[in-house]
Write a protein that binds this ligand. Structure first.
Ligand code: CP
Ligand code: NVA
Length: 308
């Protein structure tokens, strides 16, 4: 594993190893066992979009691994004033041991990896949010003790979060059903990638416009905002289109009685999910948010530890 840009790029074996390492690091952290495996290493964290969870969990995670995290807002660094990705990649590769980047264009992240010589971690692009999906599946694993053969239902926009969940479920051997309104379905290339991986692990990928079909017998039900970062001007139109895709009590009735509810957060109560569900007994959102820390520590340790 050189980079962590898309879950599709990692093997089933690498996916499983990351899950196992996540569990180990979480256990150690809870028991107060230090694990400074990245002592002396530095991680640059470039953000051109807002963040609460990603910033804090990467920053704290790097400290817990004994390394040094450096927050690089695009409004402060020269990238935000037009310096090229090429020059940025070349220069930062001379100082840092790895870069985590959250930005709009997925291609910019691929270019950073292409032109630089250090590991690149995707902290969210318009197309994918792989760190989120690792934490999500780890959360399901903690709650259900397995992943293989379970069903995840994602209801809403076929966006970055949905894409990475497709990739992750396929690697994990989990069935996934995504219900989105017409015109907001997942990217066809990503669906095909997930289908390829699903053949290896024996899982199924279902793309539908029917939330009931998606949620039927699900072990976990997932919602994300209807208005992702960068889509603020479309807010009014999107709310109208997505209202039938709200995760609420009548919809949750179609999932298994012990189904958990997940949301990457930030959440907008009364829109993509009702308060009774997100704040109710089925919700695992804060375990999920916490697991960003542990899952990303596994990614950082895997990518940066082997380098000298
Ligand atoms: N889920 C997630 O990535 O949250 P932030 O935008 O707060 O980082
Ligand atoms: N789909 C959302 C996820 C936020 C973590 C967005 O891109 O804004």
């Amino acid at each position: 594993m050189k980079h962590f840009i898309s879950i599709h790029d990692i093997t089933v074996d690498q996916f499983e190893k990351l899950m196992i390492l996540t569990e180990k690091l979480k256990k150690e952290q809870k028991m107060g066992v230090p694990h400074p495996v990245l002592a002396g290493k530095s991680l640059g964290m470039i953000f051109t979009k807002s963040s609460t969870r990603t910033r804090v969990s990467f920053e704290v995670g790097m400290v817990q691994l004994g390394g040094y995290p450096m927050f690089l807002s695009s409004t402060d660094i020269q990238l935000g004033r037009g310096e090229t990705i090429y020059d940025t990649a070349k220069v930062l590769s001379r100082y840092l041991d790895g870069i985590m980047i959250r930005t709009f264009s997925h291609q910019d992240v691929l270019d950073l990896a292409k032109f630089g010589s250090i590991p690149i971690i995707n902290g969210l692009t318009d197309d994918e949010h792989p760190c989120q999906a690792m934490a999500d599946l780890f959360t399901i694993y903690e709650h259900k003790k397995t992943l293989k053969g379970l069903k995840l239902a994602y209801v809403g926009d076929g966006n970055n979060v949905a894409h990475s969940l497709l990739h992750a479920c396929a690697k994990a051997g989990m069935d996934i059903a995504v219900a989105s309104p017409e015109g907001f379905t997942c990217n066809e290339r990503i669906v095909q990638e997930a289908k390829e991986d699903a053949k290896l692990t024996g899982s199924t990928i279902t793309i539908t416009s029917d939330p009931l079909e998606a949620v039927k017998n699900a072990d976990a039900v997932y919602a994300d905002t209807w208005v992702s970062m960068g889509q603020e001007t479309e807010k009014a139109a999107r709310i109208k289109i997505f209202m039938p895709y709200q995760v609420n009590a009548p919809l949750m009735q179609h999932a298994k009685p012990d189904a958990i509810f997940l949301h990457c957060l930030p959440a907008y109560r009364g829109y993509e999910v009702t308060e009774d569900i997100i704040d109710g007994p089925q919700s695992a959102i804060f375990d999920e948010a916490e697991n960003r820390l542990h899952a990303q520590k596994a990614v950082m340790a895997t990518l940066l530890e082997v380098r000298s």
